[in-house]
Design a protein around this ligand. Sequence first.
Ligand code: GLC
Length: 506
Amino acid sequence: MAETKTTKNVKVKNAKTIAFPVKESNAEPTLQEKKKVLFAASEARPFIATGGLADVIGSLPQALAKDANYDIRVVLPLYSDIKSELRRKMNFLGNIYVPLGWRNQYCGIFTCVERGVTYYFIDNEYYFKRTGCYGYYDDGERFAFFSRSVMEILPFIGYYPDLLHCHDWQTALASIYLKTVYAQNPEYQRIRALFTIHNIEYQGKYSLDLLGELFGLPTDCLGLVEYDGCINLMKGAIECSERFSTVSPTYAKEIQSAEYAHGLQEIICKNAGKLTGILNGIDVASYDPATDPALFANFDAENLENKKICKAELQKMLGLPVKEVPVIAMISRLVSHKGLELVKTVAEDILHEDIQFVLLGTGDFAYEEYFKDLGKRYEGKASVNIAFNGDLSRKIYSGADIFLMPSLSEPCGLSQMIASRYATVPVVRKTGGLFDSIKPYGAGGNGFTFASCNAYDMLYVIHEAIDTYKNTTAWQGLMKKAATTDFSWSHSADEYKALYSDILTM
Ligand code: GLC
């Protein structure tokens, strides 16, 4: 039964009054209704992926949808890079026109159901018929169009969510539009907003004069989105959303300091009462060493014997001698915050050990060149693969022994969890989600950790890992510990549900 609501007016500095819905005391408890949650995001597996965000948007909705009390849907841009076999699954629902500043843009709406979750795709060839997802001069306009479309399609699809769950700067404007442009519309007034930060480095910063022209926001919204002399969409979403979150409890603490907040610490601290950190999970059905078809041989935590085949075949495939030395792997974007300076500082020391080193990733030109050169100099010992390759990544996760992830900052990180599930023992820096997911072997944990951003501290724990590897019984126990750590969504999905309930009863 629909509950009766009135609205409470909330004044935000320099902005127009925002109407937040408030439950009346005699209203039906929201918890008894099927809760409608609409995810708005810029990428999701299996449709389109450039990073960890796609893994989360491709698995958290499914985990939530297992609960019959939830009606979870997801809206994404229809990029031309979405493969034709996935496009063929989609049905065209129709089209509308979306206002954006002085423009009125075509918006086709496609839909399909993927593992129990309904997806909607926003089609506009001018904005999305391009290679990849990001990196265009008009990204601000592209994602403003997308965010505005998220608002505009609701009457067309006949679905007004109870909660709009937006992710990262690309969809920040959807929550800003919800609480400003649409604030007086009764159908939208009851929608609450949650904004999740996956990467605080990209905030969506634009010059102030684009407020009306590009984003179609009225002048009295300036105070909401203005920060440090420019429009900051992430700041606007934090201010507008009833709550905001990030992808690990430790990162939620870290982004309250200048060291991690990329300039946004003042806003994060001011809104800290609205902030929650929930650790991501991984799709344990997809990342299952017992069934993963990409692996040379399947295995599970109870019987790790076939992992040896995975290792030997990986060595053969990468042109490394097939021998019983620890294979240290990195699968990473090659950018500085992944801790690559630490790796560079001690790479030669590591490679002088009786080990093999495998790297897979793409990124900054200088790092790509550095690692290519390292691969050449240590041919037969180091295998450097400058590529983004899902199949090879799974072969490495399963065939390596040690997984190195020394990030300077890491909101959550998924690779350490995938590696663990494939019985490859992580060596991580204690930051963000790495700290929350990997605990030191010495204290009965599932990996090796170091605290400071110091290459020699990292080298010390790498040696510890190599020494432990040489003790077969200890290593078997550690592999099993890693492979049996629960990285499924079950616990975190419950935390999201608790957060949703909190917001919906506000
Ligand atoms: C971003 C973060 C990563 C996180 C992922 C999913 O890619 O850098 O740490 O795991 O988002 O939330």
